[in-house]
Write a protein of this length. Structure first.
Ligand code: S3P
Length: 193
């Protein structure tokens, strides 16, 4: 049975990891490629919580890849799926780290889903991170809105202020190590209290 407090104090769980619980969801937002998915996966492994990703939820709900949804039905249809996903999260998900697609912050109930944490970085840093990734080609190909760099930059400029308005907390990822980013999220989640 899972403890209500972080199992760090009590030892290890059966999967040989510390095992924590969070009262509220953490909603990780930010621009495409800033590292929301990898941060969420690292965090889940380090602190022994579950994480889910809104793009993964949409892909499993529709049994279609995001790039296919954009191609076949267009962006407006995808945004409606994001809203449906947000409604489902609001009704069903507790104590979970949720990484979101870059445009998910626009759903009308984002503030009801949990503590909204922005992973923030300059556009050029994000571009460098994507280009230097081992699987750079795949990372760019699966993101239809990153296919033209000039347009992606315009989108970033449109969104950067909006992200900050919606966020309860902002983490400047460029100046931190991955371990420091995880610790910041843990503090926000109340895990290290
Ligand atoms: C999008 C970001 C993507 C994905 C879709 C649209 C956006 O997710 O949801 O391609 O509007 O910024 P990532 O932020 O995980 O790349």
């Amino acid at each position: 049975m899972r403890s209500e407090t972080c199992a760090k104090e009590y030892g290890k769980s059966s999967i040989d990891t510390i095992w924590c619980s969070m009262k509220k969801n953490i909603i990780l937002i930010g621009f495409m490629g800033v590292g929301k998915g990898s941060t969420a996966r690292d965090f889940a492994k380090t602190y022994g919580i579950y994480n889910i990703d809104t793009d993964d939820l949409i892909e499993s709900r529709t049994n279609r890849e995001i790039k296919r949804i954009f191609k076949k039905h267009g962006e407006a249809y995808f945004r409606a799926l994001e809203q449906e996903t947000a409604d489902w999260i609001e009704a069903n998900v507790k104590g979970t780290l949720i990484s979101c697609g870059g445009g998910f912050y626009k759903v009308n109930n984002i503030k009801k889903l949990g503590t909204v944490v922005l992973l923030d970085a300059p556009f050029d840093w994000i571009l460098g991170r994507l280009k230097n990734a081992k699987n750079a080609k795949t990372k760019l190909a699966k993101r239809p809105l990153f296919s033209k760099i000039k347009e992606a930059k315009k989108l970033y400029e449109q969104r950067v202020g909006e992200y900050k308005k919606v966020a309860d907390e902002v983490i400047d990822v460029q100046s931190l190590t991955q371990k420091e980013i995880l610790e910041k999220i843990a503090n926000i989640a109340g895990i290290n209290d």
